[in-house]
Design a protein around this ligand. Structure first.
Ligand code: NAD
Ligand code: GLY
Length: 367
C-alpha cells in the first residue's frame, strides 16, 4: 500500500509516493512519469547505502529496460563537498550522460542534496529523482533545495532544482542506525512546531511507537511532515518569504555543523539544539511563554535528541558563523522564532548580544 501526495508547483509539480517495498518496482514509477528507456540513468548513492539497496534499484530499473550507471560517494556530511562534487561530475561525464539523462539520488539528505546539485549543474541542468532512505529525508527530498557545503558555511553553494518524483520506500528505514532515526525525528518535530499544535500533541502521544518505527504511525508522521513541507514550498518555492519558517533552529544548527567540521554533530542533532535556543530567544524577547522551550525540549529529548549546549564550541564562535549564514541580511540576525507551539514568525534584526547571552546561558546550564 502506498500513499501519495502532490507538490503543486505548476509545470514543476511532482508526486511524493511513500510505502513499503517501492524500490523493488522503481522502474515502473519512472515509466509512469514518462521517462523513456532511451534516457540514461545515473544513480548517486553512498558507501553505506550502496551495499544495502543499490543492486535492488539497478535490477528494478534494468527490468524496465533502462541503462543504469552509478557513483558511490563517502557516507556522511563530508560528501557535500566541492571535491566529491567534482569527482561525481567526472564520473558522470565519463559515463557519457547527456542532457536527457536522469540522475537518481538514492540515500539520505546528504546524497539528495549532492545529487540534486549535480543534476542542477550538469550541462546546465538535467532532471533528477529522489529515492530517500532516511527519515530525515522526508524533509530534504521535498522542495528542490540542493546544495553542497563550503568550509566556511553550510549549503552556501547550491540551487533550486525540483525533482521529477520522490519515491520513498519506508521499508529502508529499518536498517537506519538509532542515531539517524532520532535525527530524522528532529525535522518531523520541526514540521509540527512550525505549523500545527495538534501534530505536536500527536507526536507527544506516539513517541514510543514512532521510535520503534511501527509502520502505521511512522508512515503517518512522514506524510504529515511531507504535507507541511509541500504546502509551504507550493506557496513560496524560492524562499521569498514564508519558506524561511522551515529554517526553525537552522541558523544555530548550521553554525554547530560548520564548527564541528560537519562530523561530530549531525544535522538533526544540530537543529534540535537550535530549536531549543530559538525558543529561549523568543522568551527573552517576550514573544512567547516559558512553556514553549520546555515543551519543545521535552519532546526532542523524548526522541533521544540532544538539547544541551555542544560543549566543545564557544558561543562567540557560533555567533560569528551565524552572521555568515545565508539567511542573514546585511550582517543582522534573522531568526525564525516560535510564538506558540505550532506557530512561528520570522523576526528580523535580532540583537546579536541577546543571542550570545542566550547561548552562554545554555552553555552554563541555565538555559
Ligand atoms: P545522511 O544522508 O548523511 O544519512 C545519514 C547516515 O545514514 C549516512 O551515514 C548514510 O550512509 C546512512 N544511511 C542512509 N540511509 C540508510 C539506510 N536506509 N540504512 C542504513 N544507513 C543509511 O544524512 P541525513 O540526515 O539523511 O541528511 C542530512 C542532510 O540533509 C544535511 O546535509 C542537511 O543539510 C540536508 N537537508 C536538506 C534539506 C533540503 O531541503 N534540501 C532539508 C533538510 C536537511
Ligand atoms: N530546509 C529548509 C527548506 O527546505 O527550505
Amino acid at each position: 500500500m502506498s500513499k501519495r501526495l502532490r507538490v503543486e508547483l505548476g509545470e514543476r509539480s511532482y508526486s511524493i509516493v511513500a510505502g513499503e517495498g517501492l524500490l523493488a518496482t522503481a522502474g515502473s514509477y519512472l515509466k509512469e512519469i514518462g521517462i523513456k528507456s532511451s534516457q540514461r540513468l545515473f544513480v548517486i548513492t553512498d558507501e553505506q547505502v550502496a551495499p544495502l539497496y543499490l543492486q535492488l534499484v539497478r535490477d528494478a530499473l534494468s527490468n524496465e529496460g533502462y541503462q543504469v550507471d552509478a557513483a558511490i560517494v563517502p557516507a556522511g556530511e563530508r560528501a557535500k563537498s566541492m571535491s566529491v562534487y567534482e569527482q561525481v561530475m567526472t564520473e558522470a561525464i565519463e559515463a557519457g550522460l547527456d542532457r536527457k539523462s536522469v540522475i537518481i539520488a538514492l540515500g539520505g539528505g546528504v546524497v539528495g542534496d549532492l545529487a540534486g546539485f549535480v543534476a542542477a549543474t550538469y550541462m546546465r541542468g538535467i532532471p533528477f529523482i529522489q529515492m530517500p532512505t532516511t527519515l530525515l529525508a522526508h524533509d530534504s527530498s521535498v522542495g528542490g533545495k540542493v546544495a553542497i557545503n563550503h568550509p566556511l558555511g553550510k549549503n552556501l553553494i547550491g540551487a533550486f532544482h525540483q525533482p521529477l518524483l520522490v519515491l520513498y520506500d519506508i521499508g529502508t528505514l529499518r536498517t537506519l542506525p538509532k542515531r539517524e532515526i532520532a535525527a530524522g525525528y528532529a525535522e518531523v518535530v520541526k514540521h509540527g512546531l512550525i505549523s500545527d499544535e495538534a501534530f505536536v500533541a500527536w507526536l507527544e502521544r506516539n513517541v514510543g511507537s514512532l521510535k520503534k518505527l511501527e509502520t502505521e504511525v511512522t508512515a503517518e508522521a512522514i506524510m504529515r511532515g511531507c504535507a507541511v513541507k509541500a504546502n509551504v514550498v507550493a506557496e513560496d518555492e524560492t524562499e521569498q518569504g514564508l519558506r524561511a519558517i522551515l529554517n526553525l533552529g537552522h541558523t544555530f544548527g548550521h553554525a554547530f555543523e560548520a564548527l564541528s567540521s560537519y562530523s561530530a554533530i549531525n544535522h538533526g542533532e544540530a537543529i534540535s539544539i537550535g530549536m531549543g535556543l530559538a525558543a529561549d530567544v523568543s522568551v527573552r524577547l517576550g514573544l512567547t511563554s516559558e512553556e514553549v522551550p520546555v515543551r519543545t525540549r521535552n519532546l526532542l529529548q523524548a526522541f533521544d535528541l540532544p538539547v544541551e549546549w555542544p560543549h566543545a564550541l564557544s558561543p562567540a564562535d557560533v555567533l560569528e558563523v551565524m552572521k555568515r549564514d545565508k539567511k542573514g541580511l546585511a550582517g543582522k540576525l534573522v531568526l525564525v522564532l516560535p510564538r506558540e507551539i505550532g506557530k512561528v514568525e520570522v523576526v528580523r534584526e535580532v540583537a546579536e548580544s541577546l543571542v550570545l547571552e542566550v547561548m552562554s546561558d545554555l552553555q552554563r546550564g541555565e538555559g
